[in-house]
Design a protein around this ligand. Structure first.
Ligand SMILES: [Zn+2]
Length: 286
């Protein structure tokens, strides 16, 4: 009987606590809403937020995860370099990553301006307005300031690439894993190397095309005449065999830095020209 009474009493206390606290929180919310409705500072803060909401750009993801798990042996796993994998990824996806980098840099700048503007724009609401609210000015100012300086927008100001490689031995006895994180600053630096490499490649591509274009029909005839219609490797001559096909070839291949000066051009028969790789030809010359 006694214990039943105690349980009943505790239950009633609990209900009372819940009811009273919900009343208080309801009242607090009402005061809060009233302050938000009246405060000039909070209105200003909302304006600042809506301006910067337009300026901040969101990213689809704040990091990229690259996992490499398919290795056919421990040795391939060991030889696989996460740094190179990251570099290659940047090389292939340069435009996409540059867009992300641009967004981050812009967001960082806007975030500075955003916080500065919030700090400099704070001005308490006029007393006359507060007096219409039946809220004590001291309380009003306290809440106003609290609300004004809270809930900052959080734009994406950082980005990274998480790389990992893993390998499990066939029997599942051993497993290996390595992780690497490339920070925004590291990605930024790597992009610069990617850009340089691409520029170098494209200028090399341009040079090759240019050198090839220099071998005109006139130049071909000039070389054939100079070499007396004779293959400079095997010595076969069109004068002896009219079916012999002669090519004009670069001694030092364009791909290996050779140019189209007359001294780097020579006559080869089709067999000598096509039946060789660059390497074989080097052996023949030496
Ligand atoms: Zn030949």
């Amino acid at each position: 009987m006694d214990s039943l009474f105690i349980i009943g009493f505790l239950l009633i206390c609990l209900i009372l606590i819940v009811v009273i606290s919900s009343c208080f929180s309801h009242k607090a919310k009402k005061i809060r809403d009233k302050i938000i409705g009246l405060s000039e500072a909070i209105k200003k803060r909302n304006e600042i937020d809506s301006v910067y909401k337009e300026r901040f750009k969101e990213l689809n993801a704040r990091h990229i995860v690259l996992q490499f798990n398919h290795f056919n042996g421990k040795k391939t796993y060991d030889n696989f370099c996460l740094y190179s994998a990251c570099y290659n990824y940047l090389y292939e996806n340069e435009i996409q990553i540059r867009n992300i980098v641009g967004t981050i840099i812009a967001n960082r700048q806007f975030k500075k301006e955003y916080e500065k503007e919030i700090n400099e724009s704070f001005a308490q609401t006029n007393l006359e307005i507060i007096l219409t609210s039946k809220i004590k000015p001291k309380k009003f100012y306290k809440y106003e300031k609290e609300i004004y300086f809270s809930n900052y927008m959080k734009p994406a100001v950082d980005f990274n690439i998480n790389l990992s490689k893993g390998y499990v031995t066939p029997a599942g006895r051993n497993s290996y894993r390595e992780n690497m994180i490339k920070t925004f600053e590291q990605i930024f630096d790597m992009l610069e190397s990617v850009e340089k490499e691409k520029a170098k490649r494209s200028s090399e591509e341009f040079r090759r095309r240019y050198e090839r274009s220099l071998v005109s029909d006139r130049v071909r005839i000039q070389i054939l005449n100079r070499d007396n219609l004779t293959c400079q490797v095997c010595g076969e001559s069109k004068k002896n065999d009219s079916s012999l096909v002669l090519h004009i070839d670069h001694k030092v291949p364009i791909a290996k830095g050779g140019n189209s000066d007359l001294s780097n051009l020579w006559t080869l028969c089709k067999r000598c020209n096509l039946g060789k790789s660059d390497l074989i030809l080097e052996n023949i010359i030496n």
